[in-house]
Design a binder for this molecule. Structure first.
Ligand code: HEM
Length: 467
């Protein structure tokens, strides 16, 4: 009997390897990015932007392809690098619904599968209507201003060097807490246990070996991590119950009043809003402050705009609008373009054989919009790796898609732009900032590894001087 073990084990390994690496026959006609550099890049935990810049973009550009096949953590996925093809995909919700999240993945164990991000058809329509209404109830500029004052209190009156991406995360968590959840996470006041636990759980989930073969979660379960995730979920459920008992004028309370939302949908959307609402903004704010630090002339011009438009007056929704501060708004647009907070969108799955541009796509194919690649295509953007806010005076916004495209684009884009303008304007008025000597970001921005296509600079120290 024992003599059968080895041949059986070999067959299992062979089948697993085949499943992980071999391209399905139906996709072999598509231009395919070489797999071994991709595998090496994942195993060395290279950030997504570097992988796209080094491996995907050059491959597509050399061949002038708008669509390429990419090996992504154990499976083959079509990456779309052309804005027009991306729009075709995003506009047709019936032909390209969101793909069902993988069963074993711990990320989806945390987020759940009944939320707006992954639901389809009538369930998505219902949730989308409700969440759009909730987000558009009012623009919470007063809360953003109050939190900006908390950041200023931490920066103090002299010169201070801080881990800026951590500050940005704490600001974004509190912004979400006060506006969406009506709950004070106290992330800016203290080292929030909640934020620390969330970061610990996310970095555990990001183990690349488990990401490449999620089936290992069943074969070699990570019980401690699973328990930590369940505890975090319980904390969200407790928050939800507290809100149900004592509603406020926040977005969650608004959503709780909808009789068509089940407890599971409310819970999953609460966790989804927490993740999608703060990691993205934290990445965007870190990047914006980095580019203003490394471009003192642009920082000075943005400060002058605020002095001219707002002076010493209180900040309001009106004087912080995109029309009032066009240069600062262009700086934010440019940082969202150059270091895109979400590199590519949650995959869609073709529900029937389809034609995307000149490419034939068989039913059951995973497809994603590669936002980072669209933002760096040389045929579209002049010097795409150069930070130049003025480019938006002449280069069209058609190819600027940090919030995705079509009916499922980000419902909170206006919220996110206001959030960034408020913190930037508030700090520009009172501080100057720069990269400290010897920063690892001196030559270019260095992002952390994220298996969830999120872009957040890694260990970004900035030195602030009170004006
Ligand atoms: C700079 C900040 C942000 C960026 C760059 C961003 C980007 C995006 C992108 C690219 C998508 C499409 C995802 C996909 O289809 O896979 C998306 C969807 C979404 N975002 Fe944002 N987002 C930001 C901030 C926020 C905030 C602050 C919130 C909540 C308050 C939020 C809530 C959502 C939700 C609920 C969806 C799902 C929409 C749907 O599927 O219908 N986002 N976001």
């Amino acid at each position: 009997m024992a003599s059968l073990y080895w041949p059986l084990a070999l067959v299992v390994v062979f089948l697993l390897t085949r499943r992980l690496f071999v391209v399905p026959a139906s996709l072999r006609h598509l231009p395919r990015v070489p797999i071994f550099p991709l595998l090496k890049s994942y195993l060395s935990m290279e950030p997504e932007d570097a992988r796209i810049r080094k491996l995907i973009l050059p491959f597509a550009n050399e061949r002038q392809e708008g669509v390429v096949l990419v090996w992504v953590l154990g499976r083959w996925m079509v990456h779309i690098l052309d804005q027009q093809i991306a729009r075709q995909l995003c506009d047709d919700l019936a032909l390209y619904p969101k793909e069902k999240p993988p069963n074993d993945s711990l990320l989806w164990h945390l987020i759940g599968n009944s939320n707006i991000l992954v639901s389809n058809a009538t369930q998505w329509k219902k949730q989308s209507r409700l969440i759009n209404d909730a987000i558009n109830l009012q623009m919470p500029v007063e809360q953003f201003v109050a939190l900006t004052n908390n950041v200023k209190a931490l920066l103090g009156q002299g010169t201070i060097t801080v881990r800026w991406e951590e500050f940005a995360q704490r600001f974004a968590v509190d912004a979400l807490g006060s506006t969406v959840f009506g709950h004070d996470f106290e992330a800016l006041k203290q080292q929030s246990m909640f934020v620390r636990e969330y970061n610990g759980v996310m970095s555990g989930i990001a183990n690349p070996v488990y990401l490449i073969a999620p089936v290992l979660e069943r074969l070699v379960p990570r019980t401690t991590l699973l328990n930590r995730i369940d505890t975090l979920i319980e904390q969200f459920v407790a928050l939800l119950k507290a809100k149900q008992n004592s509603p406020g004028d926040d977005m969650m309370s608004y959503m709780l009043r909808d009789p068509d939302m089940s407890q599971k949908e409310l819970r999953d959307n609460m966790i989804l809003l927490f993740i999608s609402g703060h990691d993205t903004s934290a990445g965007a704010l870190s990047t914006l402050f980095y580019f203003l630090a490394t471009h003192p002339e642009i920082q000075r011009r943005a400060r002058e705009e605020i002095a001219a438009v707002v002076g010493k007056a209180d900040f309001t929704a009106e004087n912080l609008s995109a029309n009032s501060l066009p240069f600062l708004n262009a700086c934010i647009r440019e940082s969202l373009r150059i270091n895109t907070p979400i590199s590519y969108v949650v995959p869609r799955m073709s529900s029937a054989d389809a034609q995307l541009g000149k490419y034939t796509i068989p039913a059951g194919t995973s497809l994603t919009v590669d936002i980072y690649a669209i933002h760096h295509t040389e045929a579209v953007w002049k010097d795409p790796h150069v930070y130049r806010p003025e480019r938006f005076d002449t280069e069209g916004l058609k190819n600027w898609v940090p919030f995705a495209l079509g009916p499922r684009q980000c419902p909170a884009r206006n919220f996110a732009m206001y959030e960034q303008r408020t913190l930037a304007a508030g700090l520009l008025r009172d501080y100057e900032w720069e990269l400290p000597a010897g920063s690892k970001h001196c030559n270019s921005i260095q992002n952390a590894f994220s298996p969830f296509a999120l872009t957040v600079p890694h260990k970004l120290h900035l030195t602030f001087h009170k004006l």
